[in-house]
Design a protein around this ligand. Structure first.
Ligand SMILES: *Cc1c(COP(=O)(O)O)cnc(C)c1O
Length: 397
């Protein structure tokens, strides 16, 4: 019998209406192998031990839960920041990359491929490949290669091969297509390391489980910091949905905890220059799963836009779509300007420069009236050093 227990996918990878594995027939064997083996590997005690050790000793976990006193008094509420910005490579993406490379090793794969848009996932992947001595090929739209020079140089220094993709719009979705083509061509030795809670089943569940370490730590950190069992709300930004899935994970079945998500409104949801998938998207199939997708009337994927490269994605993971459809999480579109203002505010009040992605979650403090009694956690998914050029261009000194 099929039962949809809370917010875990069924055996076909569906969260309600969203998810599944829509892949070309030639990819079935790869995807099927992963579907059959990932849970056993993830739950194996030797795997868990090695993963935990790398998260602690290499990536710098547990990350602090920081009570942001000045930000709290500015907004008249209690704000705690989960400091994923303090991890090795500067964002939550390392949690996922480390877990998947251990999984690839246990599947006997020698060669890692990945796609990247902004380059952050490419850097995380190149990092863990260097650490494990594995070969790494990263597909990246040719336009993104130009826009994200420093990350391309980082990947190369780490020993990865970066392949510019010249087809289509030369951005992320074209890079995904090339990565899939590579995977079909070299199925035996290759592992495709996906960077967010997107793609065919089991990737969304796999990535959510790996990122769930974020809220696993909160289960003991939050009571210690606040003297309360549960926060009133947990806030995160959403690109594909991996940092949100990770920080929401252990609160999904606690309905008294509000889950609030910020997607990239870009220049405004009505301007056509946006990545607000929940606000504008319709159900469709993108990158091997059914979810909300920003598309035109002919079903063509619309090129997304956001000031933050990491939120610049025309889809959203199936778990997040399900959280929206069921009302478990509330979604808000945050514009570039709102995110930039939040960046400046955090820098000035707390001495922390957030990633522009993370600043979208911080900007929710302006939109949602929290009370003096509320205790809220914001996932600070990454640090803003990578965004300095963009930040200065928009807000000056
Ligand atoms: C990539 C990235 C995101 C968006 O990706 P999700 O999978 O939605 O988490 C958010 N913040 C930072 C710092 C990133 O690098």
């Amino acid at each position: 019998m099929k039962t949809q227990t809370s917010f875990h996918p069924d055996e076909k990878g569906f969260y309600g209406d969203f998810g599944g594995a829509y892949v070309p027939e030639m990819l079935y064997p790869n995807v099927k192998e992963l579907q059959e083996k990932y849970l056993d590997i993830l739950e194996d005690s030797a795997f868990r031990e090695e993963y935990r050790r790398l998260l602690n000793d290499y990536a710098g976990r547990p990350t602090p839960l920081y009570p942001a006193a000045r930000l709290s008094s500015h907004y008249g509420t209690h704000v705690y920041l989960k400091r994923e910005d303090l991890t090795h490579t500067g964002a939550h993406k390392i949690n996922n990359a480390l877990g998947q490379i251990l999984l690839a090793q246990r599947l006997g794969k020698r060669r890692i491929i990945a796609e990247t848009g902004a380059g952050q996932h490419g850097v995380a992947t190149a990092t863990v490949c260097a650490r494990m001595g594995m070969s790494c090929t990263v597909y990246m739209g040719a336009l993104d290669v130009q826009r994200q020079r420093p990350n391309v140089e980082r990947m190369k220094l780490l020993g990865a091969t970066v392949v510019p993709v010249h087809s289509g719009n030369q951005t992320l979705k074209d890079a995904v297509n090339e990565a899939l083509r590579d995977w079909i061509t070299h199925p035996e030795e290759t592992y495709y390391l996906i960077g967010s809670t997107v793609g065919p089943h089991p990737y969304p569940d796999l990535v959510a489980r790996l990122q769930s370490v974020i809220s696993e730590e909160l289960l003991w950190q939050f009571p210690r910091q606040s003297g309360r069992d549960l926060p009133d709300a947990v806030l995160a930004c959403v690109g594909g949905g991996s940092n949100a899935s990770g920080v929401f994970y252990h609160y999904l079945d606690k309905p008294q905890v509000r889950l609030l998500a910020a997607e990239a409104g870009g220049q405004g949801v009505a301007t056509g220059h946006t990545a607000a998938t929940i606000a504008l998207g319709r159900t469709g199939i993108l990158h091997g799963c059914r979810s909300y997708v920003i598309q035109d009337d002919d079903g063509q994927i619309t090129e997304p836009y956001s000031v933050s490269a990491g939120l610049d994605y025309p889809g959203i993971g199936p778990l997040l779509s399900h959280l929206h459809a069921t009302g478990r999480a509330a979604f808000y579109a945050v514009t570039d300007d709102e995110a930039l203002a939040a960046t400046r505010l955090l820098a000035r009040l707390e001495g922390i420069i957030p990633a522009l992605e993370s600043a979208h979650a911080l900007a929710l403090l302006e939109k949602i009236p929290f009370t003096a009694d509320d205790h809220i956690i914001i996932n600070l998914s990454g640090r803003g050093d990578k965004d300095m050029e963009t930040i200065l261009k928009h807000i000056g000194e």
